[in-house]
Write a protein that binds this ligand. Sequence first.
Ligand code: G3I
Length: 301
Amino acid sequence: ATTLGAAAAEKGRYFGAAVAAAKLSDSQYVGILDREFNSVTPENEMKWDATEPSQGRFTYTNADRIVSHAQARGMKIRGHALLWHAQQPGWAQSMSGSALRSAMVNHVTQVATYYRGRIHSWDVVNEAFADGGSGARRDSNLQRTGNDWIEVAFRTARAADPNAKLCYNDYNTDSVNPKSTAIYHMVRDFKARGVPIDCVGFQSHLGTSLPGDYQANLQRFADLGVDVQITELDITQGSNQAAMYGAVTRACLAVARCTGITVWGVRDSDSWRGTDNALLIDRSGNRKPAYQAVLDALNAG
Ligand code: G3I
C-alpha cells in the first residue's frame, strides 16, 4: 500500500494522527491528513478545560469539528482525555474532596455519553503515575480524592459508553521501568477484580534512542489481556529518527494486541515539540525518511 493508513489496515491496524480543529481550514494539512491517516485524536479539544469550561456547561464545538471530519471519511476516533491533572478548567483546579469527586464522575458521564458510539478508544485517565523510581501515583487534586479515583473513572466510562475501548495512557513507559511496572501492577489488579479496562496507551514521546525492551514491554501488558496502542508517537530528528520510527512500527506489528499507532501531529510545524522536527512530514508538507521507514515497515512481510 502507498499510504500509512492503507498499509496499516492491511495488517489489521490503524495509523492515526493528533489533529487540531483550528488547522482543518489549512488545505495542505487536511490533504495530508485525509491521504495518510485512518484515525484521529483531538489534540486538545476533548480535554476537560475545552469541554466543560464552566461547571455543568459543556461545549463540544471544536471537538465536533474533528469528529465530523473523521466520521465523514470513515476514520476512527481516539478520545483524549476524560481525566488528567493538566488542562483542567480553573473551577475544577480549585476543587477538592467529595465535590471534586462528584464533578469528575459527572464530567466522565457527560462527555462519554455525548460521544457514545463514536469513539473507538477513550483515554479515560491520562498520566496518573509519577516519574522516577517510586512507582507511586502522581500527586494531583484527583489523586487526593482517594486512590480509587481511577477505577471509579473506568467504571463510570463503561456505563456511559459500553462499546468504547477504555484505555489508561501515559509517557515514560517505553521500557520496563518503575513507572511502567507500577502501571502494569494496576492493570493486573484491575483485570483480577473486574474493573473495566481494555487497553493501555504508550505515548512514546521519544528522544534519540529506543529502549531495547520496547517490544517486550508492550508484550507484557498485552499478556495481561489488554490491547496496547502507541498513542502520541514523536521522535527527535537526528541520525536515528527514521530507524527508530521503523523499529517502533515493527514492534507494534510484532505484538498481536498492538492495535494501532498514532503520531502526535501531522507535520513538524504542527508538533508541540517545536524544533525537534519529531514527525513524519516536514514543514513544507513533504514525506521525510522517517515516513518511508514507517511505510516500509508496515508493508514488510
Ligand atoms: O487555546 C489557546 C489559545 O486560545 C491561546 O491563544 C494560545 C496562546 O498560548 O494557547 C492556546 O492553548 C494552548 C493549547 O495547546 C492549544 O494550542 C496551550 O497554551 C498549550 O499549553 C496547549 O498545549 C498542549 C499540551 O498538551 C497541554 O498540556 C499541546 O497542544 C498538546 O500537544 C499537548 O499534548 C499532550 C497530551 O495531551 C498528553 N501527553 C503529552 C502531550 C504533549 O505535551
